[in-house]
Ligand binder design. Structure first.
Ligand code: PLP
Length: 407
């Protein structure tokens, strides 16, 4: 008889991260067998030929000789100064190096900050759809995700009245993902002001995942929450992965703002948890100053003629030409979240569709329900491939959907 297998943490059964899940595993098998796939599952610019700007690469090369020691748990002082200065320019109240936490990507800081905040049974208001790490980290830190809906009919914007109705005595934080992954929505200022007022009224921490803050199309704008939040405790997340195309360097930060007296204990908790993991990857931190004080390299990619702008155009036009798809055009970020409509939507299952698309058309997408929505007729693609590759992807998607519509 074989020995019993190791037990694992029970709450893991509630956690999903399908962006790198079963479909991605199947894709690797197909590739090992010689198939050439177009993989649209991960927002990983480096995998699509984007490079981190050269002045960032040089900053790391210049600093590498000084990267041997551990740093302060909150990060290199010079890097924290650059982040604080960037936030001061934005108008974040009380942005100071001492209130900046640098981590191994925003991912680590999402986990760390929820661990610092939550006690068993505490609730976190999360958007649906969400970026699923937020749900996972809430659950694994003994919290309970409570979802506010960002409905298709409302252009994927949240409804502040719904958010307020969901607040309970256990609610500890409101998470905002703005600009949004997976929908590409960028929230208007008046909406954010209403959400800030709810946080103020109910004494909640605002957790603002703003990692896509510079990736904006056409006349879309980005409104950071912290400057609107005044004394309300607010944690604003940013990093090098997307705007600076350096996912692999694993550099992210979180800036704590608002009345320090209200967030002192939280600050200490973050500092302690940071100290327990010693420090974040040091070489990548040398690029932060160069990224935040150097030339803007993302805006040209998002303007007409720029690679991301043209990719977005390819997706929007492909969907418009399809009988089977609808789309709230993304204002921002690196994704589109189309829905299946008409005859093809009858009995449609996003997982079955994603698998069929992979097996028969060599295209890997992420089913919409992976982003914690209750419906199953959406999917996410990244805007990172070349525009022509995206047009090709949508012609293959349409071929599969035409088969569905005929069934
Ligand atoms: N937050 C959002 C909304 C994301 O989309 C991602 C990555 O895709 C992250 C956080 C994690 O980013 P990082 O590479 O900084 O860990």
């Amino acid at each position: 008889m074989s020995p019993p297998s190791l037990k694992t943490r029970e709450r893991l059964s509630e956690v999903r991260y399908e962006i790198r899940g079963e479909l991605a595993r199947r894709a690797r098998e197909l590739e090992a067998g010689g198939r050439i796939l177009i993989k649209l599952n991960i927002g990983n610019p480096g995998a699509f030929g984007f490079r981190a700007p050269e002045h960032l690469q040089r900053a790391i090369a210049d600093g590498i000789a000084d990267t041997d020691p551990y740093t302060h748990q909150q990060g290199l002082p010079a890097a924290r100064e650059a982040i604080a200065a960037f936030h001061q320019t934005r108008g974040t109240p009380g942005a100071a190096p001492d209130r900046v936490f640098i981590g191994n990507g925003v991912s680590e800081l999402i986990d760390l900050s929820l661990r610092a905040l939550l006690n068993p049974g505490d609730e976190v208001l999360l958007p649906s759809p969400d970026y699923p790490l937020w749900s996972a980290a809430t659950i694994l830190n003994d919290g309970r995700p409570v979802y506010y809906r960002c409905k298709v009919a409302n252009d994927f914007l949240p409804d502040p009245d719904e958010i307020e109705a969901l607040v309970s005595s256990r609610t500890r934080a409101i998470v905002l993902i703005n600009p949004n992954n997976p929908t590409g929505a960028s929230y208007p200022r008046a909406l954010l002001e209403r959400i800030v007022a709810i946080a103020a009224k109910h004494d909640l921490l605002l957790m603002c995942d703003e990692i896509y803050d510079g990736i904006l199309y056409d006349d879309a704008t980005f409104e950071p929450v912290a400057p609107l939040a005044g004394d309300v405790p607010c944690l604003s997340f940013g990093g090098l992965s997307k705007v600076h195309r350096a996912c692999g360097w694993r550099v992210g930060w979180a800036v704590l703002s608002g009345d320090p007296a209200r967030s002192d204990a939280f600050h200490h908790a973050m500092d302690l948890l940071g100290a327990l993991r010693l420090c974040a990857n040091v070489p990548g931190q040398f690029a932060i100053d160069a990224a935040l004080r150097g030339v803007d390299t993302i805006t040209p990619l998002c303007r007409p003629g720029g690679r991301l702008h043209e990719a977005r155009r390819a997706v929007v036009e492909s969907v418009a030409a399809s009988r089977h798809l609808k789309l709230v055009a993304p204002d921002a970020a690196l994704y589109a979240f189309p829905g299946v409509t008409g005859d093809a939507a009858e009995g449609f299952d996003d997982h079955d569709f994603a698998l069929e698309l992979l097996e028969t058309e060599d295209v890997l997408i992420v089913p919409g329900s992976s982003f914690n929505v209750p419906y199953r007729n959406h999917f996410r693609v990244t805007l990172l491939p070349q525009p022509d590759a995206l047009r090709e992807v949508f012609s293959r998607i349409d071929r599969v959907l035409a088969r569905h519509a005929d069934r």
